[in-house]
Design a protein. Structure first.
Length: 392
């Protein structure tokens, strides 16, 4: 846990799930810059925070927790962000009801008076967010974005300009920068009246040949999910080397993304019961759309927005399939993969198998041997490996 000093007081903050030895903070210089700007604008220019304040893309709830006295709406695509926000409110003695939690798939507020945006890594997610939020804005809405200098590009500013209105940036402070956007009257009014272009997301594509049972599947992708515009080469390699199994079994697509892996399993084995899990609301929505487009089965299927395998009963899974992420926002870390692996061991029945695809250099085989006592290389090429670990 770390202490963030804000213009309104100090806060004890942490990421979720908590990792006592983790040195990564629950905020960064961009969050600090934005909060200082808001406090200064409130004091000097009379910025009114009494209306609807929407905080979009808050990484770990630092912004929402700091602004809790103004009862903001937090909009995020991350289940872990929502959990972190709730935990941070609790540890600072703030009523959980002080922040209204909405997912990126929920309907935004009808009117937003102050819009604060942490610039996401994905331009497509920013594009979709701005399109979805624009009808709630007025020419008087204060719009401020924040990000590290490395996160704000010309293309970032162009999206604000094209979708909302005139845009400028601040000077850089501690390698962070603010974005100021003035919603143009004609654009926001046209959007609120339904006369402006809608978001181009979600999009669909057909999986090309050479992807095993996934070849020819129609895949739906909401904005912001990993490789939303095409099938990434790691997943393609995984699809070509999935286990060939038959019969009634429980298969978990862990970190499912658009659900193409689990859907391919369901196509190849119609008797399988699938569970799709991701911490991204948009990913799970994509997975469900992909599955429904391609699979006609009466077998039970679950779509879970959650924290790895926390909701899967111990010893209930026969097969877990995963392509773990090795980034958490801008930080490179194996914490998420480790959590997926430990959760898989708990969720699998004796004899159940975890299959993982990853870059060769990540060294997942060592982690799996440590956890499971075994690990086999099922396929490899110069860049990727597919590994299997069996619950003994």
């Amino acid at each position: 846990m770390n202490r963030l000093t804000t213009p309104w007081g100090d806060l004890d903050l942490d990421r979720f799930p908590e990792r006592p030895r983790d040195t990564l903070r629950a905020w960064d210089a961009a969050d600090e810059y934005l909060l200082r700007h808001l406090a200064g604008a409130e004091a000097e220019a009379g910025l009114d925070l009494s209306g609807t304040v929407a905080v979009v893309g808050d990484r770990w709830g630092a912004l929402a927790t700091a602004l809790a006295p103004h009862r903001p709406v937090q909009i995020t695509d991350s289940y872990l962000t929502q959990r972190a926000t709730g935990a941070n409110l609790l540890r600072n003695g703030i009523d959980a009801g002080a922040v209204r939690l909405l997912s990126a798939r929920d309907t935004p507020p009808e009117r937003i008076d102050v819009l604060l945006i942490r610039v996401p890594k994905s331009l497509s997610l920013l594009e979709d967010q701005l399109h979805r939020l624009a009808p709630a804005l007025t020419p008087e809405t204060v719009v401020v974005g924040a990000g590290k200098v490395t996160e704000i590009h010309t293309s970032t500013l162009r999206l604000f300009e094209q979708i909302l209105g005139p845009t400028r940036t601040s000077l850089a402070v501690k390698k962070a920068r603010l974005i100021f956007c003035a919603p143009a009257a004609d654009r926001v009014r046209d959007r609120s009246a339904g006369r402006a272009a809608a978001s181009p997301w979600p999009i669909s594509y057909t999986v090309p040949e050479g992807a095993g049972a996934a070849s020819g599947l129609s895949v739906t992708n909401h904005a912001g999910i990993f490789c939303a515009e095409r099938l990434d080469i790691g997943t393609r390699f995984f699809l070509r080397n999935l286990p060939q199994r038959r019969g009634r079994e429980h298969v978990v697509d862990l970190g499912c993304g658009n659900g193409v892996v689990g859907t391919a399993v369901a196509v190849a084995n119609p008797e399988a019961r699938l569970t799709f899990i991701d911490e991204s609301f948009s990913a799970v929505a994509s997975a469900e759309a992909t599955f429904r487009k391609n699979v006609d089965t009466d077998n039970p299927v679950e779509f879970v927005v959650g924290d790895a395998l926390a909701t899967v009963a111990a010893g209930s899974a026969d097969l877990v399939l995963s392509n773990p992420p090795f980034h958490s926002h801008q930080a490179t870390t194996d914490a998420t993969a480790w959590r997926m692996f430990t959760g898989s061991r708990e969720a699998l029945r004796p004899g159940g198998e975890l299959w993982v695809v990853g870059n060769r250099h990540l060294g997942y085989h060592a982690k799996l041997r440590r956890l499971f006592g075994n690990c086999d290389v099922m396929a490899s090429d110069p860049k990727f490996v597919v590994l299997r670990a069996v619950r003994r």
